[in-house]
Design a protein around this ligand. Structure first.
Ligand SMILES: Nc1ncnc2c1ncn2[C@@H]1O[C@H](COP(=O)(O)OP(=O)(O)OP(=O)(O)O)[C@@H](O)[C@H]1O
Length: 223
């Protein structure tokens, strides 16, 4: 199993009280499975992704990514696990304006210390996979919103992640481009055997995903 969250609790300071962002949340996602998490604003969806991706430590409960118990790791090992096994895709593609699509991907390889020639081959293969081989040398300013999101998906796949965490990937896109990005995520999940969690307000594309969960006031239930 690529993601196992069990009875995860997370609170934030809120004046002299604590705000419960995740209230004993459990979620298991298998390799090759893509799960939607929906729910109102402020219900805890981003908090769920942050804990699943080892960006934030749960107060109690356990989180395992690709068989490794994240809760027991020190900061360095958590950072390494995140770098090597987790891919993130955010609402806005968060690309660097000065870099071409290809260089966005090569930057990931540089950070992880991957050999240059192999990284270039993999980056071009991934850009081809997301349908952007012909635009590999364009900067984000010369790509459409959907194309930028495709680059972000390719970039998230660079490190061969076991877990893909995606936050509102379609919110800046029209229905057709949103559909294409979700279909790409689903295909990538199947073909690359990632466990994928997609947070979305957009209920139009839920039928493309394996199952949907709903977050309400920090509680996660099947929807
Ligand atoms: N760093 C923080 N410090 C204090 N409270 C926080 C912090 N981050 C989030 N919260 C609170 O925790 C709750 C859950 O927030 P979270 O961002 O996880 O919700 P969300 O479902 O992702 O919302 P949205 O759909 O608006 O992005 C909210 O009440 C929010 O105000």
């Amino acid at each position: 199993m690529s993601l196992i969250m069990k009875d995860v609790r997370l609170t934030y300071p809120d004046g002299d009280r604590r705000l419960v962002a995740l209230d004993d949340v459990s979620l298991t996602v298998e390799p090759g499975e893509i799960v939607a998490v929906t729910g109102p604003s402020g219900s805890g969806k981003s908090s769920l992704l942050a804990v699943a991706g080892a960006l934030v430590t749960a107060e109690s409960g356990t989180v395992a990514v690709a068989g490794t118990d994240v809760t027991g790791l020190g900061q360095k090992d958590r950072d390494r696990l995140r770098r090597d096994r987790v891919g993130f895709v955010f609402q806005q593609a968060n690309l660097l304006a000065a870099l071409t699509a290809l260089d966005q991907l090569l930057l990931v390889a540089h950070v992880t210390g991957a050999p240059k020639a192999a990284a270039r081959t993999r980056a071009m293969e991934l850009l081809d996979y997301v349908g952007l081989a012909a635009k590999a040398h364009r900067r984000p300013g010369r790509l459409s919103g959907g194309e930028r999101q495709r680059v972000a998906v390719a970039r998230a796949l660079m490190g061969e992640p076991a877990l893909l965490l995606v936050d509102e990937p379609t919110s800046a896109l029209d229905a057709e481009r949103g559909h294409d990005v979700i279909a790409l995520l689903r295909d990538a999940t199947r073909e690359r055997r990632t466990a994928t969690v997609v947070v979305t307000h957009d209920l139009r594309h839920l039928d493309l995903l394996d199952r949907a969960m709903e977050m309400r006031d920090g509680t996660l239930t099947p929807s």
